[in-house]
Design a protein around this ligand. Sequence first.
Ligand code: KIV
Length: 306
Amino acid sequence: MNQRITITKLRRMKEEHQPISMITAYDYPSAKLAEEAGIDVLLVGDSLGNVVLGYDTTVPVTLDDIIYHTKAVRRGAEHTFIVADMPFMTYGIGRESTLKNAARIMQEGGAQAVKLEGGIDMVEDVSALVRAGIPVMGHIGLTPQSVHQLGGYKVQGKLEQEAEQLMKDAKALEEAGAFSIVLELVTEPLARAISAELSIPTIGIGAGRGCDGQVLVYHDILQYSSPYINKRFVKTYADIGSAIRTAIGSYVADVKGGVFPEEKHSFPMASEKLNQLYGGSADQQVPAHTEQREEPKPRDPVSNPN
Ligand code: KIV
């Protein structure tokens, strides 16, 4: 059984130049498979708004959505360090509500840490959370919750002034006690410079090769019906979307063609028994869709032949 990573271990990984792997997960199977594959950190990202709930942005994602999905991730990955996003407007609008909301994510959801977007403007929230014992991951660069303010999903840090600000943001978050920072859609040289400047690990997404770790969205790398699979910074590792579409298409064809179910998928019953029960020919008297069906028992290998 693998041991859950800690924030101390993450920092040590940076010192030892061991790259950190992080991926998003939103439910039991995605978390379980990622844990089995040996991921270091799971992120219950508010990207669930885009890839799971079908919104255009992360803005509509609520605290209850994040808690609901974090609970499922927790059940799927009991041994993995889980970070959960604080959704839009659940922080930065009053210290008390930030603390309460983060506490719900930890207590009800079962996350080990929270992530929030923003730099210098968020340092008071970050230090309050850290003082309260809640590990915080920062997130700067392209911050999707501010997409309307930023005017779209654009690479950040190209201008000198922008780059300077991002460096200041990163240092301020470190000083406030963040244990790690996500750098999203930041130019490679700037991400490398920020990573070299900080003693806490940076986790890049679209930020090139100089970060201490990488994060990608589960649905993107698997081509799992994500709207973002063609992003330049995404590498796809499997085409699950096509596999699922083909498999469901075959199922539909089997049902419509009367090919499924076969005898091996059905449960027999001795005809005398049926006659005893219903006093005649089973074919005439028993409605096939009700009485002939055996009640499946949980985990019964007969009712679950796979
Ligand atoms: O919500 C998310 O998936 C994220 C990653 C893009 C880092 O914040």
